[in-house]
Design a protein around this ligand. Structure first.
Ligand code: AMX
Length: 450
């Protein structure tokens, strides 16, 4: 079939059975412990959450439904021969677990295109925003404004059966994903770019390329860059801020898990509400906003040291950043312990499309300088670059120079991952993560008994 919803519906009963079997046969086994250190340190590394769409290996980086980024660049359908994958193909993979054919990816493109028009009230609302409102705040606000059309909220009000929840959640997720490029382009044209007229989508273009097109960019390289960008930022397991916040807001009761009757603090917010929660988290400077911070930092380097910077000068600049109590943006990661493959694939793109671009050369030089310095601090667990160290370089090259807009592009992509998982969370009846919190006194007491 080329019908994504039908392909998903066919998968769900088997996966529900699989989860039931996992619980029945292994329910009482411990996946890991939680030390006092982990409880104080934000439950880092405690294996206590189910997330189907991607898995992060600390050494190797992310795999989407079992596939690494280079494998996806090879296997997913493309808009042009030898080019980058289209994100619609990844959406099919994230939703169904299967690599789509070109026809299946094309059907997703068409479904998204049919639902892409923004209601007037959302555009009006965006145009009333204070001119200095951060683009991420505008994104979250526009997503919330769309919530009036939520099919899940309407279905819940009319009392649909819990086994059917996933269907309106799927519809809302597709509606929202379809509209996000239009929202992002409207934010870009209206606010970031001082009131430029909006551009209608090109019906011949795919979802990712249309985002660049509606922002006002038509260069073939830029369209390819946007397809790649929108593919690699989709998902990064469930524990990061944007994924976890989306997941928490949407989570249901334990009694919705097949075979359970006991309830626990649910939220069950629809995809609009929960994705907005994820986006307000993504807007933080140490998470999604890091790509904006990287660009500002690189601009500082160029202003202070110039373009033909030596390794020694760069080293000095990095040390001065650290000594002033700041982080080196674009380096380090909470879970990864090697260079982020999302960095590597963007560096490969730059090598192919912009080998002589000074900002690319500067970024490549930083890769030689920063890790050694961060190692010398003795505390940074991962001294290597992450996804955000490179994305701004690609955007700048094609003329997308407004760095405070970058996280919006990250957010549009993130929707594909967290909303696909959201559909599965409802199909599997997954409940909220509700860890037991303890006071310091309670921890001291328990620890003394151990
Ligand atoms: N520069 C300077 N110091 C750094 C650092 C960096 N790039 N990365 C980590 N450290 C420091 C931490 O601040 C911490 O110091 P502290 O004990 O004095 O507070 C110490 O090293 C240990 O931190 P960690 O366990 O290695 O990292 P973490 O899990 O606490 O934080 C992250 C991870 C990403 C927030 C951190 O590496 C960082 O701040 N990096 C720079 C910002 C950045 O690039 N963020 C984007 C991440 C990817 C994403 O979410 N989009």
């Amino acid at each position: 079939t080329t019908d994504l919803k039908a392909a998903l519906a066919a998968k769900i009963p088997g996966e529900q059975e699989r989860l039931k079997k996992l619980r029945k046969e292994h329910g009482s086994k411990a996946l890991g412990a939680c030390t006092v250190e982990q409880a104080i340190g934000g439950m880092r590394g405690v294996p206590a959450m189910l997330w189907e769409t991607s898995l992060l290996d600390p050494e190797e980086g992310i795999r989407f439904r079992g596939y690494s980024i280079p494998e996806l660049q090879d296997k997913l359908p493309k808009a042009k021969e030898g080019g980058e994958p289209i994100p619609e193909g990844l959406l099919w993979l994230l939703m169904t677990g299967e690599v789509p054919t070109s026809e299946q990816a094309q059907a997703v493109t068409e479904m998204l295109r049919d639902r892409s028009k923004l209601p007037d009230h959302v555009l009006k609302m965006l145009s009333c925003q204070h001119p200095d409102t951060h683009p991420m705040t505008q994104l979250a606000t526009a997503v919330l404004a769309l919530q009036v059309d939520s099919k899940f909220a309407a279905g819940y009000r009319s009392g649909i059966h819990k086994t059917k929840y996933w269907e309106p959640v799927f519809e809302d997720s597709i509606d929202l994903i379809a509209k996000l490029p239009t929202i992002a382009a409207a934010i870009y044209r209206r606010a970031v770019h001082a009131g430029l007229a909006l551009i209608e989508a090109d019906p011949k273009l795919d979802w990712g390329a249309n985002l660049a097109y509606m922002m006002g960019y038509t260069d073939e390289g830029c369209l390819e860059m946007m397809r790649l960008y929108q593919t690699i930022h989709t998902d990064h397991e469930g524990g990061n801020v944007s994924a976890h916040a989306t997941h928490l807001a949407s989570a249901g009761r334990r009694s919705l898990l097949p075979g359970r009757t006991d309830a626990s603090s649910p939220a069950l917010s629809d995809p609009y509400l929960s994705f907005a929660a994820g986006m307000t988290g993504l807007a933080g400077p140490l998470h999604g906003l890091a790509n904006q911070e990287v660009l500002r930092w690189l601009t500082d380097v160029r202003q202070q040291v110039g373009d033909n910077v030596t390794k020694e000068q760069l080293s000095e600049f990095v040390w001065s950043t650290l000594k002033s109590g700041k982080v080196v943006p674009g380096f380090g990661h909470a879970v990864l312990r090697k260079t982020d493959p999302r960095y590597t694939c963007q560096a490969g793109f730059a090598q192919k499309h912009m080998p002589e671009y000074p900002l690319f050369k500067l970024t490549a030089l930083l890769y030689q300088v920063v890790p050694d310095i961060l190692k010398q601090t003795g505390k940074v667990k991962n001294p290597y670059p992450n996804v955000d160290a490179h994305s701004g370089v690609l955007l700048q090259y094609y003329g997308i120079t407004e760095e405070n807009f970058y996280t919006v592009l990250f957010g549009v992509s993130r929707a594909l991952g967290v909303l696909s998982q959201g559909v599965w969370s409802r199909a599997l009846g997954l409940p909220i993560e509700r860890p037991k919190s303890l006071t310091m006194a309670a921890m001291e007491e328990r620890a003394l008994q151990l």
